[in-house]
Design a protein around this ligand. Structure first.
Ligand code: DAT
Ligand code: MG
Length: 150
């Protein structure tokens, strides 16, 4: 079982795509175990995107991600990291496969609607930035046994 960090970015919130992101991940069979809406302070944004701090797009990325509220979430499931990446699509929405969130809704590599951790290690690091352990819930969903045989 894995947990992954997902964030509807300011463009996704402004465009009314929060429900679309949550709905697609629910229908995929993943389980929502943490959720909050926040307007990221600059320090938190810089911490989250620290692996990109030397990239030329970093200042613009920080400006964008702090430009409005985001919806921060933790999703759980078997291979949840890869499952979310697949639902989300490639980084550049223009080349992201249609049928993915980015492929269906985006045109701009920066304003690409949603973030999802790229590995189990990144997920652990990112979840710890946004959530206290006590803010995440554990619960059984009766439907889980119809989603995976595991
Ligand atoms: P992803 O969000 O698919 O994991 P990433 O981790 O490589 O992509 O980059 C983080 C974010 O930074 C990405 O969602 C959008 C922005 N970004 C990446 N490459 C960019 C580029 N060449 N120009 C502008 N923004 C970029
Ligand atoms: Mg990434």
């Amino acid at each position: 079982m894995e947990r992954t960090y997902v964030m509807v970015k300011p463009d996704g919130v402004q465009r009314g795509l929060v429900g679309e992101v949550i709905g697609r991940l629910e229908r995929k069979g993943l389980k929502l175990v943490g959720l909050k809406m926040i307007h990221l302070p600059r320090e938190t944004a810089e911490k989250h995107y620290a692996p990109h701090k030397d990239r030329p797009f970093f200042p613009g990325l920080i400006r964008f991600i702090t430009s409005g509220p985001v919806v921060a979430m933790v999703w759980e499931g078997p291979r949840a990291v890869g499952a979310v990446r697949a639902v989300m699509g490639a980084t550049d929405p223009v080349t992201a496969t249609p049928g993915t969130l980015r492929g269906d809704y985006g045109l701009d590599i920066g304003m690409n609607i949603v973030h999802g951790s790229d590995s189990v290690e990144s997920a652990e690091r990112e979840i710890a930035i946004f959530f206290q352990p006590g803010e995440l819930v554990s619960y059984d969903k009766d439907l889980d046994r119809w989603v995976t045989e595991g």
